[in-house]
Design a protein. Structure first.
Length: 748
């Protein structure tokens, strides 16, 4: 179908739009035709607009402009004029923006203020300001309020804030709207409830949904959730006029919709500034070596994405081992508090660091137009999520470098992703039965204890049930609504199949089966996808001066440095309650000392050594023992506590704990003790802490004679730490003065 003619605004509306765009993009800037189409549509009551455009296209310019016009013109006039037939009355209240990340909210507040709008956010980092902001909202002193989808679903927020907005909300914006759809790469159940909130506020409120990462199926799903239906995308149209976006943009397509439908505006997603590259076949530690070796050669400053929090810290240590203080890098993860995140984001914006070594916590919404590179140490499970992250680079640059350092180990992560959010029907029914039998609302910890499911699983299940109307969250807990719930097997089988196909696309990307940019944009159903001529497949080589070679000396230097950096093993402080019976704080006389961890999860510096040691390789076992000696030496020096005897706790079929304990006894000339373990069917990976604690309480054998001794307890492998907690308590009861756990491998 053909694209609709460009919309026009009244003189007053155009004047307001020009002021906003010039404040964002400089004198003389104007809305493009496609942006103008979106703005004009949003000035109608009940409008539903979905914008699927590349990062940097200027999606935020659409909602800032629409907000300014709605707020300036007031009810009726904001949606009137000869060019906007059929417009009825529209509320002129504030715009509510649903955003996924704190960093996005902070950037959006700053952008709104540049556009002359009064904006604020309610989130976990500014609780002290909530009362003031809510008063400003009730008094009509705010133009824009930004909240997370989780905040939107909070009952207290609903009572205090949403009720105050009922009937007078001017515009609802759903940013990163692909998260609404469980067909997408980043489904978040709380996002799915946004449409319920909309009905509660005012069905006449115009709604804008924006994303850069939605293929045709996700687009259809989101459009259907916003309105009665959606329209097909039209052909790409050339951009017209000056815009609020950077120099990297291509033409944008648009599509009209009929009455009651969602208007879908979709454009080309190719990014001309990005030089995409892939290196496959490096070992985990070689990937660290590659980053350390070539980081100085990458242009400007950028982001190095890793898959875990531990990887972020290890890679920072690896880079520091090679470059010392000459190259400034920092770890950015979801475990940081809001202030520290802001400091690091600002440091990258000001090019005070060469790179942030980041998990996906630094992603949606972070805006640094001159970001020079994005490197991935490990591949995301979906071409859609990968496109979103690499889209951070090169927004206002002619050239930016993108590198993917792939690994066969990524397959396990993809398999986990495919099923991680798929509900288990049997568990869902257990959870619902528990709620149905309760006398009143139940908290998440109560449900964890009653069902035996881990807390994170319980939280996800409750949200998924809430999406289907089967549960409801009240101020003092969760309740069953009495609405029947059934498992839609056909739907979820389809979701899993889509995710597995996306993993296959990432394999094709890694193997270089076609142009990398064309493959990414094709996976997003971009009809304009074509070879880019710039990627490592099109050019037959990596972007200069990069190479796939990693010097052995660099790898050895990093391996040695990382093996010397043992992690602290914090002792558990609370008993689990539930079926274990005992709850509350673990008394000091039964607690373990802060211990040490040699290898966390799939630590690249340990992977090969641990594999060889588990097979009984004598040299690997000796190297592991020597590493334990080095760790113990620094531990004794730093903590001022020295072991009198050395024991082992063998939790797996391997001999690691026994062999390492023997080696330490030989080197340190200390007596050897052992903590016996009775055989039994051990709890599964999803067992609660209470279930694990019961098992280990009942399966630890008789403790050795350790009265008055500091016992170094060598443990081979555990994820939860409960066997260490129970063994330490029993050793203390047997008279040990202290228990020092040395965990060889902390699994996940």
């Amino acid at each position: 179908m053909s694209s609709p003619a460009a919309a026009t605004l009244t003189a007053d509306q155009q004047s307001a739009a020009d002021r906003v765009i010039e404040s964002l993009a400089g004198p003389g800037s104007r809305l493009r035709d496609d942006q103008l189409t979106a703005v004009a549509a949003l000035l109608r009551p009940s409008a539903r607009v979905l914008v699927v455009q590349a990062t940097g296209w200027g999606k935020s310019a659409v909602y800032w402009t629409a907000t300014a016009i709605i707020r300036a013109a007031g009810a009726g006039s904001a949606a009137s004029g000869p060019t906007l037939p059929g417009a009825g009355s529209a509320a002129s209240g504030p715009t509510l923006i649903v955003s996924p990340l704190l960093s996005l909210m902070r950037d959006q507040v700053s952008a709104a203020e540049r556009a002359g709008l009064r904006a604020a956010t309610l989130n976990s980092s500014n609780v002290d300001e909530w009362s003031m902001i809510e008063a400003q909202l009730r008094g009509g002193d705010l133009d824009v309020l930004l909240v997370s989808p989780e905040r939107l679903a909070n009952p207290g927020f609903g009572r205090r804030v949403l009720d105050a907005l009922a009937g007078r909300l001017g515009l609802l914006v759903i940013d990163e709207a692909h998260a609404i759809s469980d067909w997408g790469h980043d489904f978040r159940p709380d996002y799915r409830r946004v449409s319920d909130v909309l009905q509660r506020l005012n069905p006449q409120t115009p709604v804008l949904a924006t994303t850069a990462t939605a293929n045709a199926r996700v687009t259809e799903d989101v459009a259907a959730q916003l309105g009665a239906g959606s329209s097909a995308s039209g052909p790409d149209q050339p951009s017209a006029g000056s815009s609020a976006s950077g120099p990297d943009q291509t033409g944008a397509g648009s599509a009209a919709s009929g009455p009651g439908q969602t208007l879908v505006l979709r454009g080309s997603l190719a990014r001309k500034s990005l030089h995409l590259n892939v290196i496959d076949g490096l070992s985990p530690i070689q990937r660290y070596g590659w980053v350390a070796q070539y980081l100085p050669s990458l242009p400007g400053s950028g982001i190095v994405y890793v898959l875990t929090v531990a990887d972020a810290h290890r890679l920072v240590d690896a880079i520091t081992a090679v470059h010392g203080s000459e190259i400034r890098v920092a770890a950015y993860t979801g475990q940081l508090d809001g202030d520290r995140r802001h400091q690091l984001e600002d440091a990258l914006l000001r090019n005070e660091v060469k790179a942030l070594i980041a998990t996906s916590a630094l992603g949606m919404g972070y805006d640094k137009p001159d970001l020079g590179f994005v490197v991935h140490v490990g591949s995301p499970p979906s071409p859609v999520s990968y496109y979103q992250q690499v889209g951070r680079a090169g927004r206002a640059l002619d050239e930016a470098v993108v590198m993917l350092l792939a690994s066969r180990a990524d397959d396990a992560i993809w398999d986990h992703f495919a099923t991680a959010t798929i509900p288990d029907p049997d568990r869902m029914r257990v959870l619902l039965d528990t709620l149905d039998a309760a006398d009143g609302p139940m908290s998440v910890p109560q449900l964890e204890s009653s069902t035996g499911f881990r807390r994170g699983k319980v939280e996800l299940m409750l949200k998924q049930l809430a999406v289907d109307g089967a549960t409801d969250r009240e101020s003092d807990g969760w309740t069953s609504t009495g609405v029947g719930w059934t498992y839609d097997e056909q739907h979820y089988d389809g979701v899993i199949e889509v995710r597995r196909r996306e993993a296959d696309i990432m394999r094709d990307y890694i193997h270089g089966h076609q142009c990398l940019m064309q493959l990414l944009t094709s996976s997003l159903d971009d009809p304009a996808a074509e070879p880019c001529g710039r990627c490592s497949v099109c050019r037959g080589r990596l972007t200069e001066p990069l190479s796939s070679d990693v010097p052995d000396d660099t790898v050895r230097l990093i391996t040695g440095a990382l093996r010397r950096s043992a992690l602290i093993l914090e002792p558990r402080k609370m008993w689990p309650g539930g079926e274990f019976g005992t709850r509350g704080r673990i008394a000091g006389e039964f607690a373990a000392e802060p211990g040490r961890v040699l290898a966390h999860a799939d630590s690249p510096e340990w992977v090969e050594l641990l594999a060889d040691a588990r097979r009984g390789d004598e040299q690997a076992l000796t190297d592991l023992g020597d590493a334990a000696v080095t760790t113990l030496s620094s531990w004794v020096r730093d903590a001022g506590i020295r072991p009198d005897s050395i024991g082992s706790l063998r939790l797996t079929g391997a001999v690691l704990a026994d062999k390492v304990a023997d080696h330490l006894c030989e080197v340190g000339k200390r007596p050897r003790v052992s903590v016996p373990v009775r055989s039994g069917e051990r709890p599964g990976r999803d067992a609660t802490g209470a279930t694990e604690a019961v098992y280990w309480r009942d399966h630890l054998g008789e403790m050795p004679e350790v009265v008055g001794q500091n016992v170094l307890l060598v443990v081979d492998e555990t994820a939860s730490g409960w066997p260490i907690t129970l063994a330490a308590a029993e050793l203390r009861r047997a008279g040990a003065s202290a228990v020092m756990p040395l965990l060889i491998h902390r699994s996940v």
